[in-house]
Write a protein that binds this ligand. Structure first.
Ligand code: ATP
Length: 359
């Protein structure tokens, strides 16, 4: 059908004040989001934050209670799933067990009564796209998890949907396959220019795959931003704590506006009255260590645990001034070797002032 031309500035998918209630509980709470054409957006959040509910509303499987969804400038809020233009891949593969790989991929095309030759060539094209030409005649039970998920992807792309929805597509796979498929899916998405929305609870997956991440918590959006912005400039304590490892340190504003931890004033100004309690968020890589016990501005700490993470050693540091809290600090493995670090060693810790976030 002919559509009115849409201004270039119109986002491809627009969620407008979307809410979903189950009885008196609110699973999705006033979510608004624009996704540009060709963009890969991840919805990231803990279990129960409303990711699945949001996705089901977008596909029309479980319509929203309030709000509007627009795809390519068209209001699709009230359309049944079959009338919406999307392909979806689920966590559980959801392939037809009694159909071969080729038949699984052909299923949607045959339902649209496309000519047999056209179906055959489209299936071959899709299997090539996901690297499964050689397995066309196999049944799902004869495939690995990663291969099954590629079939599911090919099937989702069969009808050339405008929008690809990925519902935790990698979480049932083992770590190696998962990392490999991340790259494959991203490369394919870029090559085809597919507008893609993926939901995941895996922060590493979101950071490595997404153009933009939407962090959700308790049905609401906490922050929308590039992976770098989400990691380096978390807008809320929730985002800071959910993405990556974060130290939260209780501090107080001193007489000249610096944050002070115990007796140690940091070189970072806080716009608040003296005496105001603040929470500092600091990444382990921004805790700087020195073996010089006379180092200025340092917090004297003791190594309480060491964890080898490959290129860095993650230290758990304790100190009376930090109270019951511990501080995590990452130290390059070579440096740790040079210092001959072991449990109980005393160090001075300072914090890179530009890396501190104050809440
Ligand atoms: P997970 O990662 O565990 O799948 P999620 O982020 O996808 O979690 P949702 O499944 O969207 O979370 O659930 C959001 C909230 O809505 C939860 O509190 C859940 O208990 C509730 N909920 C979801 N579906 C229903 C339903 N059909 N009836 C009642 N409550 C529901």
């Amino acid at each position: 059908p002919l559509r009115a031309p849409v201004a270039a500035a119109t986002p491809y998918l627009r969620l407008h004040n979307l809410s979903k209630r189950f009885g008196s509980s609110v699973a999705v709470d006033d979510v608004s989001l624009d996704i540009e054409r060709g963009e890969f957006v991840c919805i990231l959040g803990p279990s129960g934050c409303g990711k699945t509910t949001l996705l089901r509303a977008i596909c029309g499987l479980d319509p929203q209670s309030f709000g509007r969804i627009e795809q390519d400038g068209r209001d699709i809020s009230q359309l049944p799933p079959a009338a919406r233009d999307f392909g979806i891949v689920f966590q559980s593969y959801a392939l037809f067990p009694n159909l071969t790989v080729a038949q699984n991929v052909a299923f949607g095309l045959e339902n649209r009564r496309q000519p047999r030759a056209a179906v055959r060539s489209r299936v071959a094209e899709l299997l090539e796209l996901v690297g499964l030409q050689a397995l066309a005649g196999r049944f799902p039970s004869e495939l690995s998890g990663g291969q099954q998920q590629r079939v599911a992807l090919a099937r989702a792309l069969a009808l050339a949907p405008g929008l690809l929805l990925l519902d935790e597509p990698l979480s049932a796979l083992d770590a190696r396959v998962r990392v490999h498929l991340r790259h494959e899916i991203r490369a394919l998405q870029r090559r085809l220019g597919l507008t893609t929305l993926m939901i995941t609870h895996d922060q590493e997956e979101a950071i490595t795959m997404a153009d933009r991440i939407v962090v959700m918590n308790r049905g609401r959006i906490e922050q929308i931003g590039t992976p770098e912005a989400i990691y380096c400039e978390p807008a809320t304590p929730f985002v800071a704590g959910f993405v990556g490892t974060m130290n939260f340190i209780d501090a107080e504003v001193d007489a000249i506006g610096r944050a002070r931890i115990g007796e140690v004033a940091l070189d970072c100004t806080v716009e608040a009255f003296p005496g105001t309690p603040v929470r500092l968020a600091v990444r382990p890589e921004d805790v700087l260590l020195s073996t010089d016990e006379d180092a200025l501005h340092g917090i004297a700490v003791e190594v309480r645990a060491l964890e080898f993470l490959g290129p860095v050693l993650r230290l758990t540091l304790g100190d009376a001034a930090l109270g019951a809290r511990v501080l995590y600090a990452d130290l390059p493995a070579a440096q740790a070797r040079q210092w001959g670090l072991s449990l109980g060693v005393r160090l001075m810790a300072t914090i890179e002032p530009t890396a501190i976030r104050v809440f």
